[in-house]
Design a protein around this ligand. Structure first.
Ligand SMILES: [Zn+2]
Length: 304
């Protein structure tokens, strides 16, 4: 399977529009510091619909519309020629959670005929009831939901299988009144039956559970939560009164050595603008390199 890391920043991106922290200021001066919202293309599917989704589609040659679009058995007749030729009619999105920075991109896809959204039932419920997504979007595009269940897997049109590994019961603030459930946030395990390649994508997790570790140990590649470098970072930088862990993100200091012991390739993504790794010359890059753990970059392609 072909993967493309479309973006690598936490909510707000780097730079964040209302922020003048060292990371954001650096990104305004040095283009190589810039990072768009964390997202991943898995063949013709996009993991998480961020505010950058349209730019992400443009950045990935196999997601763009055109004469050689993604092979995709889309429903309905596709005209061979004319103004609609090669148009993307169906967009398929897989969600790890219902957070705004992972779902605000869905309305940007309203030009599609159909949006297929693969998510856990609690996430679907939050989006339809809390954000009224179905009500707002259905006059533009048909929404088709597929449930990501805790057991079993969903077969994607590209042949890859995806499975949810529950990692957190953290609800988005707009869904604070909804019932708790273990799969408000999930990691996604992608397996390509043709090659045997496996990738685990987990941009947010606040607990290193046995089940998560097991899924990580089985993966050829893990792409995981690198939101914060240390637990006090959100408080020290004034962005929150909570620690990183309390915000649902185990800091890199708590996960790097564990990742280093895994057999597969490990990359951090979902970097917050307060994370020292935003500066490409920060000494923290050397510490990770010594452990053999990578920091993902926007546009990286991985074949498994
Ligand atoms: Zn900032």
């Amino acid at each position: 399977m072909r993967l493309r890391i479309l973006g690598t920043a936490a909510g707000g991106g780097v730079p964040q529009w209302n922020c003048a922290c060292p990371g954001c200021t650096g990104a305004r001066t040095h283009p190589r510091w810039r990072r768009s919202h964390a997202s991943l293309a898995v063949e013709n599917h996009i993991v998480n619909a961020t505010p950058d989704i349209a730019e992400h589609i443009e950045s990935c040659e196999w997601l763009r519309p055109g004469p050689s679009p993604v092979p995709d058995p889309s429903p309905g007749p596709v005209p061979a020629a004319g103004p609609d030729a090669g148009r993307t009619r169906v967009m398929r999105v897989i969600l790890t959670d219902a957070e705004l920075d992972h779902t605000l991109g869905l309305p940007r896809l309203r030009e599609a005929d159909e949006l297929e959204i693969i998510a856990t039932p609690v996430v679907r419920e939050a989006l339809t009831r809390g954000l009224r997504l179905e009500e707002v979007l259905s006059p533009y595009a048909e929404l088709r939901w597929r449930d990501l269940t805790r057991d079993g897997h969903v077969s994607l049109t590209c042949g890859v299988r995806v499975q949810a590994v529950p990692v957190s019961d953290k609800r988005p603030r707009y869904a604070a009144g909804d019932a708790p459930a273990p799969d408000w946030v999930v990691a996604l395990r992608f397996t390509d039956p043709a090659t045997g390649g496996t990738c685990l994508y987990a941009p947010a997790f606040g607990v290193w559970s046995a089940r998560l570790e097991e899924a990580m140990a089985e993966a050829d590649c893990v792409i995981v939560d690198g939101t914060f470098w240390d637990d006090e970072e959100p408080r020290r930088t004034g962005i929150s009164s909570r620690t990183a862990t309390e915000m649902g993100h185990l800091p890199i200091e708590a996960t790097a050595e564990r990742l280093a012991r895994l057999p597969g390739r490990c990359l951090y993504t979902h970097l917050n603008n307060t994370n020292p790794l935003v500066d490409p010359d920060a000494p923290q890059h050397k510490r990770l390199a010594e452990l053999g753990v990578e920091v993902a970059a926007d546009g990286m392609v991985i074949e498994l």
